[in-house]
Design a protein around this ligand. Structure first.
Ligand SMILES: [Fe+2]
Ligand SMILES: [Fe+2]
Length: 291
């Protein structure tokens, strides 16, 4: 049984205007690079998600609802990947070694992740989708997180957060169909979550450290402390997602057991309307949706 809301592919284009500040989150280098580090991981990561779900397409063809959701999932992730490539081009132009960092991930995917069996790749995908869904929930639930950020960049993250929430159950539902007995599924997805949590955490900090080294902010300990305060205290997204992360280990877990459909509704109306107009007037988009 699926619980997903309608999954809409919104072909939005976010123009990387030249006057977007280098440190677009509150003018703060370390906070900005936390988001930028994740952006560097998205294009290749999202292509990996698409491939790992697509590998099981034939096995779910008898379920037209899930099949349609998979189409929506692939469409949304493809748009995210495209927009984050532009985002990352902007980072490359800032001389922070963006391309080299993307290559680190590409090499890891080629040598390790893509050598996992298809079901192992799908398990990694559902774990990373759990991470994107948890962080997306924080962005939608606490829009103030980005109120002091550049509205054009905030709009990209809000749009991405909306769609990550809309499709958060899709890969998981495919996994439930093809993953074998409930016990096998449970063991596979919990083991994968421990591995993915360690790896994801390591990569984010590795990327931030290397960026800060490239731009000479790695010894700015006040900046690192401000980032830790931002992540763990106020607004504290990492602290707030702790219970959702743990809920993954409850037998019978499903992403929509954390039901945040109401949270999505207000935001999606704005982006549905904006999807009809190009280019996206980002500042207005964010201001309107954030209220
Ligand atoms: Fe995405
Ligand atoms: Fe996703």
């Amino acid at each position: 049984m699926s619980h997903s809301p309608t999954i809409v592919r919104r072909d939005l284009h976010f123009d990387m205007a030249a006057d977007i500040p280098r440190f677009w989150v509150e003018g703060d280098a370390h906070k900005t690079r936390f988001f930028d580090a994740m952006s560097l991981m998205f294009p290749d990561g999202e292509r990996f998600f698409i491939d790992s779900v697509r590998a099981f397409r034939a096995q779910i063809a008898d379920d037209p609802v899930l099949d349609a959701e998979v189409s929506g999932f692939i469409g949304q992730e493809a748009m995210h990947s495209r927009e984050h490539l532009e985002y990352n081009d902007r980072l490359e132009k800032q001389g922070i070694g963006a391309k080299e960092l993307v290559q680190v991930l590409k090499t890891f995917q080629e040598n390790r992740a893509k050598k996992l069996p298809p079901l192992g790749q799908l398990a990694v995908t559902i774990c990373l989708e759990h991470f994107t869904a948890m962080l997306a929930d924080q962005i939608l639930r606490h829009p103030g997180t980005m109120h002091r950020s550049d509205p054009r960049m905030a709009a990209i993250w809000q749009w991405h957060a909306l769609e990550e929430t809309e499709h958060k159950g899709v890969a998981f539902d495919v996994f439930r169909r093809v993953g074998g007995s409930p016990l096998k599924q449970y063991l596979r997805r919990t083991r994968a979550m421990l591995f993915v949590t360690g790896l994801f955490t390591f990569r984010v900090w590795q990327f931030m450290w290397r960026i800060s080294k490239a731009e000479g902010t790695q010894k700015d300990w006040r900046g690192w402390l401000r980032l830790l305060g931002f992540l763990f205290v106020s607004p504290g997204p990492i602290t707030r997602i702790g219970s959702q992360w743990l809920s993954w280990f409850v037998p019978g877990y499903h992403p929509w057991k954390h039901d945040n459909r109401k949270l999505v509704e207000a935001t999606r109306r704005h982006y549905d309307e904006l999807a009809k107009a190009k280019p996206l007037p980002q500042a207005k988009a964010w201001a309107a949706a954030a209220g």
